[in-house]
Design a protein around this ligand. Structure first.
Ligand code: CO
Ligand code: CO
Length: 313
């Protein structure tokens, strides 16, 4: 059965579903949960919650309520479970989101996340596959969380400040990045997660060969140590799967270093927003982000279709 009030649903690869309930209110819904990405249960809770909330920000909506989704082994210390939930609760509080309930089951491996509900004006919904030629591409978190997490798990990151930065980057909400973009003309928006920058860029370019996304590999923000790890081939399996899946839609100039192209396919946990924005609005946005203590990098642009979905220089 089709319902014309479902304006973003199963037939789309967008970040969340959108259902219009009245002329000025659309409900945005999403769910995301995964196994621990860091050792500390409190940090894991914060990261999983920030990641789940991110899809709502990507849609241009404001998250309002959330339900906990928890899988937890009965043989483990319940104190660990409490710390995971505390991490999630603190992130939701920071986001102004009320946790209204949840569900937990016994499972062999812990998993945690949220189902989030957000609200938006139906006309303000931001899709992930509608970028406009001429727009610039802005990224709000550095890349490399997959490579660095893999290296950290193997004990290969000597500088503990780099691991701390990795954790704080993944736990950071995309709320400010989204809020400050509200007064800017944004034609497409998504959050960078499991498919990596180029997997999500491939989705953003759409299916109808209308635009080509162009990236400048040397202007990409990278987490410290991540490039060194990528050079040594310390990358998660998802990196290669992402390349295998989207690679045929992406053209690399000959001189793009392999480590950089690998990091562009590196699956991100709770990555930043990728925004296609009117160039006139970009300087104001970047300045506002800097003033708010956040980061934003201009990493590329949208051009008319020139034979391939994504081009990397
Ligand atoms: Co998403
Ligand atoms: Co998601």
């Amino acid at each position: 059965m089709t319902d014309e009030r479902l304006i973003v649903g199963y037939d789309s690869d967008d970040d969340a579903s959108v259902y219009v309930v009245s002329p000025d209110i659309a409900i945005v819904q999403t769910i995301d949960f995964f196994p621990p990405v860091v050792d500390d249960p409190y940090d894991f809770g914060r990261i999983a919650a920030a990641n789940a909330l991110s899809d709502v920000y990507a849609m241009g909506a404001v998250p309002k309520t959330a339900l906990n989704v928890l899988c937890f082994p009965s043989c483990l210390d319940p104190g660990i479970m409490r710390r995971i939930l505390e991490g999630g609760a603190d992130k939701c509080m920071e986001a102004g989101v009320v946790i209204t309930g949840g569900h937990s089951i016994d499972d062999e491996e812990p998993k945690y996340g949220l189902s989030v509900m957000g609200l938006c004006h139906p006309s303000a919904i931001r899709r992930n596959d509608t970028p406009r030629p001429g727009d610039v591409l802005i990224l709000t978190k550095p890349l490399g969380t997959g490579a660095l997490s893999t290296a950290a798990k193997a004990g290969l990151v000597e500088d503990t400040s780099h691991i701390k930065l990795l954790t704080e980057t993944m736990a950071r909400l995309n709320s400010v990045a989204a809020e400050l973009s509200m007064t800017c003309d944004v034609s497409a928006s998504t959050d960078i997660t499991g498919f990596g920058l180029l997997g999500h860029a491939n989705e953003m370019s759409g299916k109808d060969q209308r635009v080509t996304l162009v990236f400048e590999s040397r202007s990409l923000p990278l987490l410290p140590s991540s490039e060194a790890m990528a050079k040594d081939g310390i990358l998660p399996g998802g990196c290669y799967r992402n390349r295998a899946y989207a690679g045929s839609n992406i053209a690399f100039e000959d001189d793009v270093p392999l480590a950089l192209s690998d990091l562009m396919f590196d699956p991100q946990t709770s990555g930043g927003l990728l925004l296609a924005m009117k160039p006139d609005d970009a300087p104001r946005y970047m300045a506002a982000m800097q003033e708010a203590g956040e980061n934003a990098w201009l990493i590329g642009s949208v051009s008319h279709w020139n034979g391939i979905s994504v081009r990397v220089f």
